[in-house]
Ligand binder design. Structure first.
Ligand code: SF4
Length: 299
């Protein structure tokens, strides 16, 4: 997929606030300086935003650039802010509109814990501002090392560029996360990605592919076309709702972490360890269901 700027519908809108109370396991507030996301990932769960933003255009073809009243940074002290939950704050239009840069500038002085989630190396532009925060981390979403598969799935920058950006932040003593999401069964090679980032991140988050939205048909059609040998497995997981694959993968990854001496935890993003420690691996798979299945199988 390639990014075609001229085909995009881009407009500025007024927004009362960009800080939304959130029930995410990793934050108190979701912070999104844009509506829409032109990375247009085929599996994007945020595409449900179309309903709320009253856009008829396909997800990935529009971007609303928010204008908001100035933020009081101290108001968010001791909270957790996650920037980029339903958009990429460093989408290519950020270069022109600089809304995320403005957001960070306004937040200067807060003691909030800030997580920025991105698929772009444009975040490097703001390295100097980011360095001024006492509690900030940058999460790079990477679910493959295969640039062909990446190109089939999104129009963000290459995996190589994301890995390079992650390294620059880590070399500058900024905490980084490799967000392995979404894990595509038998396509995402989790161990290979983990091996590639072990020395340049502080945490590795694991999230499975979840097909609940209107994109389910699109992804299953893609699998049928490009990976026909995986159709029975995807049917088992996404049509028959079987969790066996995720249970087995969890066990396998836990073993891998033991072997690599990596701390492996489930659903817990609260542990803080020294910067120089090896990354902590956090499994965010569907736990309640996995735990039940694992119990039944005595795992
Ligand atoms: S980068 Fe994130 S928000 Fe943007 S399209 Fe991809 S998954 Fe959706």
């Amino acid at each position: 997929m390639t990014f075609n700027e001229k085909a995009m519908s881009v407009r500025e809108i007024a927004s009362k606030t960009i800080m939304s109370k959130s029930n995410l396991p990793i934050g108190d507030y979701s912070v999104n300086p844009y509506v829409g996301c032109i990375h247009a990932c085929k599996y994007c769960y945020a595409s449900f935003m179309n309903r709320f933003s009253r856009h008829n255009e396909p997800w990935g073809s529009y971007l609303d650039v928010k204008n908001w009243p100035k933020i009081s940074p101290r108001k968010y002290d001791d909270n957790e802010l996650v920037i980029g939950t339903v958009t990429d704050p460093y989408n290519p239009f950020e270069e022109k509109f600089k809304r995320t840069q403005r957001l960070l500038t306004e937040l200067r002085g807060t003691t909030a814990k800030i997580t920025i989630i991105t698929k772009s190396d444009l975040v490097l532009r703001d390295l100097d501002i980011i360095k001024t925060f006492s509690n900030i981390r940058i999460a790079f979403s990477i679910n493959t090392l295969d640039e062909h598969f990446k190109n089939d799935m999104d129009s963000a920058v290459s995996i190589e560029r994301r890995l390079n950006a992650m390294k620059v932040f880590h070399d500058n003593s900024i905490r980084t996360i490799c967000f392995i999401s979404p894990i595509f069964p038998k396509i995402t090679n989790v161990q290979e990605i983990m091996n590639a980032v072990l020395n340049q991140c502080n945490a590795i988050w694991l999230e499975n592919l979840n097909l609940r939205g209107e994109y389910k048909a699109r992804i299953l059609e893609y699998i049928e076309k490009r990976y026909p040998q995986l159709v029975p497995l995807y049917d088992e997981i996404y049509r028959k709702n079987q969790n066996r694959y995720w249970v087995d993968l969890s066990v396998e990854l836990e073993e891998f972490c033991k072997h690599k001496n990596l701390l492996y935890v489930v659903d817990n993003d609260k542990l803080i360890r020294p910067f120089s420690d090896s990354p902590i691996v956090v499994n965010f798979f569907y736990h309640s269901q996995i735990k039940q299945s694992a119990k039944k199988r005595n795992i």
